[in-house]
Design a protein around this ligand. Structure first.
Ligand SMILES: [Zn+2]
Length: 327
């Protein structure tokens, strides 16, 4: 069927239509979810279960591959993100699960690595899979497993897939293979390779969305030197505070009837539990985002928070080494 080759947006729309198309679209999403982990381990069902048990999510190129429905984006290494509250448990079950047959190869602590620390990653534990591919379990430096994903230095990686849901922070860009970067490639030795890999897969990378003709018309005044045009009305200003589930993001679930957002909320699973509000690094915009954004004070990049719907409220829950109680 033509729908098999449709993009994610079309499949999500078709899931809202007739019963027949809904079932078919649903099956495609579940097949894509299976394929995501089957690239790494035979018992993808068990790996998804472990991620569910410990509130972990898949990010990086694998999440991007799912959103773009492009298996060519799958990398040799699967990137998993987990809260420090759960990382020991997750690493232990991955090591001990006989069916997965993973072998732990070591743990890297990132205190001196600028790229990792600005991404809010404290350490990474690596496993080798029976097929020779790898799994990296990244432990967040804060209490939110989503913090390192929201702290990506390029919008193309601000996405995640969990056992029950998936999210894309900048779908207007990412689903069209466009990306905004907050750091130049010279900022870290890892970045040139990351950016060129994306460009090799058809991505266009810019510093502000007004560089693309689609949005340049939204810019009314030339921004002052050192700042960028604010496109917050299109949710395309990097300085704007964002969260997974806001009007500029894509957030959906695999099985709306069995495991909808209401159930995720009651079980404190992503994007609920301890979530995150973020803005990206870089020069300020010429709009109000830097000094009077309603979600996030101007000098903070990310803040772990509890999302309280339906009228969105946040309870700030920063948990750092020197803070033991919520503020
Ligand atoms: Zn702005």
């Amino acid at each position: 069927m033509i729908v098999d080759h449709s993009d994610l947006t079309s499949i999500l729309c078709l899931r809202q239509t007739s019963l027949e198309l809904r079932a078919h679209a649903q099956a495609i999403l579940l097949d894509d979810k299976t394929a995501l982990l089957a690239f790494y381990v035979a018992r993808h069902d068990k790996l998804w279960q472990h991620l569910a048990d410990w509130g972990a999510v898949v990010g990086g190129f694998a999440a991007l591959s799912f959103l773009l429905r492009d298996p060519l984006l799958l990398n040799t290494t699967l990137e998993i993100y987990v809260s420090p509250l759960n990382s020991d448990h997750l690493e232990q079950v991955l090591q001990e699960d006989f069916d997965l047959a993973l072998a732990q190869t070591g743990t890297q602590h990132w205190r001196l690595n600028r790229y990792a620390t600005c991404r809010q990653i404290s350490h990474t534990t690596s496993f080798i899979c029976p097929n020779g591919r790898y799994i990296d379990v990244h432990t967040a430096a804060t209490s939110s497993s989503l913090d390192p994903i929201a702290s990506s230095v390029i919008t193309a990686f601000s996405n995640w897939v969990s056992p029950h849901a998936f999210a894309c922070a900048y779908p207007a860009l990412t689903l069209r293979r466009r990306a905004l970067r907050s750091l130049p490639s010279s900022a870290s030795p890892e970045l040139p390779g990351v950016y060129s890999h994306l460009i090799g897969h058809g991505f266009s990378i810019e510093q502000d969305a007004a560089s693309w003709s689609d949005w340049s018309a939204l810019v009314q005044d030339v921004p002052p030197p050192g700042s960028r045009p604010c496109l917050r009305q299109a949710f395309l200003c990097l300085t704007q505070a964002r969260y997974f589930g806001d009007a500029g993001s894509l957030l959906n679930v695999f099985e709306p009837k069995e495991y909808g957002l209401r159930r995720l909320r009651s079980e404190h699973l992503p994007p609920f539990g301890i979530s995150v509000v973020w803005r990206m690094l870089g020069p300020p915009c010429d709009g109000p985002c830097s000094f009077k954004d309603p979600l996030l004070p101007g000098d903070i990049i990310t803040l772990p928070s509890v999302l309280i719907p339906p009228t969105t409220w946040f309870r700030l829950t920063y948990v750092g080494p020197d803070v033991v109680s919520p503020i």
